[in-house]
Design a protein around this ligand. Structure first.
Ligand SMILES: C[S@@+](CC[C@H](N)C(=O)[O-])C[C@H]1O[C@@H](n2cnc3c(N)ncnc32)[C@H](O)[C@@H]1O
Length: 250
């Protein structure tokens, strides 16, 4: 079932230029934030990052032939210090225990390495859209740092879209205390109109690929002003501190 969803996503990616235009911007932001060296992608899904980034090992909890390996982000099958970056698009909010993922990312990163995440942002406007027009739940009462046994019946696409906003905004101080070796160096709210109007990985779109560029330029100017009210995306860069670093979070 999960592999079938990912195959459909691959097909949609091929057929939908507006989707490729919007995600090109996401992937360019991710690759620009990467440290030099090997990157690990978790939750690689339909495998599109590989078209944009060269030195990347792409994995997913679902085993699919177009990715490099199967890997649960909560128990990564890689040695400590293997990667310069751990990157993902729309995966954190699908992970049952985000704190296990953060601990694993910290372990497999080299000192100074980065975790780079693109996730849903819950703002007053995006909340209404995600709540009523998107199939994944938005549970604002959840504890994003909760731990406990993993549910063996959980599906890879089970989700709580609020997790990134809860973890990096509402419960940010708790997250910082839980992970003193990780420092949030960038947190940006993105995606005002083009992404929701494109329908994302759905078959419909209300805009064409041709106007994505001008729309994103306008969004770059507006996001600092109205991002808190209307952004649909959170872009987060976290750096693994070396033993002597004592610098402050963003
Ligand atoms: C919404 S899809 C995003 C796929 C891809 N990154 C993209 O942007 O198109 C979420 C992906 O996370 C994967 N996933 C869910 N739980 C995971 C986990 N614990 N470890 C690794 N991947 C996971 C799913 O199998 C799925 O491919």
């Amino acid at each position: 079932m999960s592999e079938e969803i990912l195959r459909n996503h691959r097909e949609l990616w091929r057929q939908k230029p507006v989707l490729r235009a919007i995600y090109s911007d996401f992937y360019e932001r991710i690759t620009a934030a990467c440290r030099p060296g090997l990157s690990l992608e978790i939750g690689g899904g339909s495998g599109n990052l590989k078209d944009f980034a060269r030195e990347v090992v792409s994995t997913d909890i679902v085993q699919v032939p177009w990715l490099d390996a199967a890997a649960d982000a909560q128990a990564l099958p890689f040695a400590a210090g293997s990667f310069a970056n751990v990157v993902s698009v729309d995966v954190l909010h699908h992970i049952e225990r985000p704190r296990r993922f953060l601990a694993e990312a910290e372990r497999v990163l080299q000192p100074g390495g980065r975790v780079i995440l693109l996730e849903p942002a819950i703002t007053p406007i995006s909340w209404a859209f995600y709540r009523f027009f998107h199939p994944e739940p938005v549970v604002l009462s959840a504890d994003p740092l909760a731990d406990g046994p993993l549910d063996s019946n959980r599906e890879p696409f089970d989700a709580n879209q609020a997790i990134p906003t809860l973890l990096f905004e509402r419960d940010r101080q708790r997250m910082i205390q839980a992970f003193p070796g990780l420092k949030i160096v960038q947190l940006k709210r993105l995606s005002l109109f083009a992404y929701p109007l494109s329908g994302g990985f759905r078959s419909w779109s209300l805009i064409s690929a041709a106007i994505v560029g001008p729309m994103l330029n306008l969004e770059r100017r507006l996001s600092p002003l109205i991002g808190r009210l209307a952004a649909f995306r959170l872009f987060v860069v976290i750096e693994k501190q070396d033993a002597y670093s004592n610098s402050r979070h963003l």
